[in-house]
Design a protein around this ligand. Sequence first.
Ligand SMILES: [Zn+2]
Length: 486
Amino acid sequence: MRHIRFLPLLAAVVFSACAQASPDQQFVNDAAAAIGGAERVFAVRTLVLEGEGTQYNLGQDVTPEARGQTFTVADMTQVIDVPDRRMRVEMTRRPNFTYFQGPQPQRLVNGIDGAVGYNVAPGGAATRVPDAVATERRIAVLHHPIAAVYAARDAMSRRANPRTEGNESLLDVTTADGVAFTLAIDATTKLPTRVTSRADNTNLGDVVMETRFADYQDAGGLQSPTRLTVSVDDFTTAEYRIAKQTISGDARDLAVPADAAKATPPPPPTVAVEELAPGIWYLAGGSHHSVLVEFGDHLTLIEAPQNDARALAVIARAREINPKKPLTELVNSHHHFDHSGGIRAAIAEGLTIITHQGNVALFENVAKRPHTIVPDALQKSPKPAMIRGIGEDTTLSDSAMTVQLLPYSGPHSETMLVAYFPRERLLVEADVYNPGGQVFMFAKPFLEWVQTRNLRIDRMVPLHAKVAPYAQFVKEASLPVPTATN
Ligand SMILES: [Zn+2]
């Protein structure tokens, strides 16, 4: 990026020298003029935005339709290197709902420098994030009007399709390094109203990431928005209010930390097999596990988590364990995106999906959505989705195996299934009890529910962490949970 830093100046000269600007040039000239003039926009080196806001919990709320879970964001600082398109964001985030890691505020630090995205842990250790996350951040850098107009004017950027729709004029822009966005400006004031980009989401496939701009204020002679609303399709993911804006002031070091700089390709998914009882296998992964169940004439898998890579590895391993019986079904624990990221892979592999009835509409939609930006298994070999909703206790049983699927509604998820094996006295669950953890935010209500159901359990089989004796569950569920400090 650095080598093209001075080219936009040249472009600015060319633009103004033209007697008649082309429509796309005129669009950019208008937007730059509204913000404060091309000269000023082009002199910007850095933006430092300080503020607060609210984040929502896309894919992780209590039901697929719920929008109520929020995080309060405070002490947020977003630093953008406009010419080189580097960014670092720091914020403190406090959950306003019963959260996995407890109610304590968390300090989050993340950044993007070139193609490298990274997170910095509270202790200072930096880790590189997957390329898909880095791609999202390369897009996010351009979701500010000053950065977007700057990039749009870049002589190396491709501009296309200037048009007017309703009260907005729009222009499609693709940067020299391939980041595409659409800049919308108010048709009258010419101030940028929003930036949209197409992006890939593991669960939702092709999505539109959008940032809307409002409440423009003067910042060092430039107009800059103090209200930013971020969404993925029709789901608002964050609302930020900017209290202080500094243009080309003292910015922090935005270089990628040394320990995150070197590329470490993600390890291939591994599946560690452990036989829990005759006909029941634990298919363990790094963070998310599955369980394979053998019936008289078929196999049933519990959980296809994370993404295609994980789910396909688990499905392949399941078929290796017993190649004589067809794998026909997948039981999904709950809709949370990390636990349902392999649903589409399972459909592509011909499995019938069994889930809580509250998740059926979501999964039917997920099965139909296009994944053209990053084609997944189902995009490459489309199959109709077969989805069976479970609304009450349901027994899957034949001469070889019996498993009960029990709907469970708790503070973590209201559309959850747990799998109870009465003969083997095993209980398979996701998220509500992770044995050996630091805090147990959901274990107590879950234990109470288990007790009212009179389930006879020897071992808990969690889809995170490790298999644990029931006595450990009772003990850990009884530990006091942390409460908010303020
Ligand atoms: Zn969950």
